[in-house]
Design a protein around this ligand. Sequence first.
Ligand code: ARG
Length: 590
Amino acid sequence: MKELLSILSEEVGAAFQAAGIDREYGDVTLSNRPELCEYQCNGALASAKIFHKNPMEVAETVAEKLSSSDTFEEVSAAKPGFLNMKASPEFIRKYLSGMYGDTDRLGAEKTGHPEKLFMDYGGPNVAKPLHVGHLRSAVIGEAVKRLARFEGDEVTADVHLGDFGLQMGLIITELKERKPDLPYFDDSFTGEYPAEAPFTISELEDIYPAASAKSKEDETFHEKALAATKEMQEGRRGYRELQRQIMEISVSDLKKNYARLNVSFDLWKGESDAEPYIPGMVEDMKAKGFAHESNGALVVDVEEEGDKKTIPPCMILKSDGAALYDTTDLATLIWRMKDYDPDEVLYVVDSRQELHFIQCFRCAKKTGIVPENKKLTFLGFGTVNGEGGKPLKTRDGGVMRLEYLISDIEDAMFEKIRESSPDMDEAEAHDIAKTVSLAALKYGDLKNQPSKDYIFDMNKFISSEGDTGPYILYTIVRTKSILRKFAEAGGDIANVMPATPSGASDKALAERLCLFQSEVKSAYENLSPNILCAYIYALCNDFNHFYHDTKILSCPDEEKKKGYIADVILTRRVLEKSIDLLGFEAPERM
Ligand code: ARG
């Protein structure tokens, strides 16, 4: 189905044409004065200037031409030349029926020009616990991926693990100091290594920070870690096995954490997958004259004319020949282009890394790693702050682990449910708390424009009133409960169909429902899941208004009642589809 506003714009455009003015002036938008009208068109004002006419006269002529249209109930000209419109209830019914008949996509068309999108989000680091900074990447990335797929683009999602060499060397070196007798360190050992890893995930999470701190203070330890990294990369048997074990344990723990967040990836590649491409890339950059030496390091200049601030060169190799963050991101683009040939690569990363991506994108284009016609996009997100507006920390000032944040909000939600429904079965209360707290967490994040910082205010997030995840879920649960009661009273859902709205609140609800496809499209095009959040919040308000205003189940007019039930069904479907696109779900009751 076409978007509602496009249909209205076409019709108004035709009226402009009939009045001797270009159709393009007929662009219709939602009214910004809802108390006056539902839709508006400012084309008379714009065109009058160009056609040297009186704007009010243009508006009046166009209104006159539309007076017999079945699409509009009312079109009026308002000073100094606005066109104010109300859609006809019958037109709205037809549009809703179209949506109603399409249970799968609710009338939303797929893009006519699908693209291949490669997404880089998540970005966790091996052997380090996920922290709150990784939350946004996962939550926003997942929503954008789902929106992209719904719109019809072909998406490959890569978690891009931070697993580059030195991290492994550090862990191996520290492990060797702690447990020197393990067979991995014995060169004469030729047997099979134990199936069981020599550490658990929590030991690993202790080993890595300890090693990292040591290497900053202790030069010999640092040298040892570098040497171990090199030996591992060159294939030393015991070290390779340790690397495999570290990856296995770490990745299975990460998968568990992401699953809990309802986030998934197609590829579990890491920075280290770029390693094989680094030597060739460096040679090529040198041979083509892109890379030059600067203070011993190898760099590529990426400054461009018109830069407002200085963009430092891309660092390809350190003076000791080691690869850096720029290096792995560039070499990663080589295999992404070769194996996936995407039209666009989209990175969902903390906005504090923006400069790094500006440098990499410019370097990738300049050196031909990525052809000129491909898009490289950085979707930078703001920081999650604590109550005081400072980055969220643990009580003792440490980095907030994501796991703790999730448990905290789940516990708080559980308490809340126990209070409001003391006789609910404990296991059920736990289940509901899990589902609702995840929605609270994700919605609390997604409702903000990605680039903005936000404050993690747990009590606000879990509140069932206001612009929150639980409020959205409550509304969905309400639709489910109405439909259950309708069925219990002998109603047959197969028998209902959208009816012509007859009052203000059912019309407002119906018209909001009609906007579903435009809002989803706009959320994707602007890489802003917050647009879809704002839409479902408004839809919930319209629905609850309608609910309080209308006798639904006790409506004496059977035909009307069926129409109301169809509205409830469509509200439920639009809300459920939307939260699925945002990456969370609703319980049966709460
Ligand atoms: N691992 C990085 C971090 O924790 C994020 C990686 C982002 N993606 C990328 N291609 N650089 O900061």
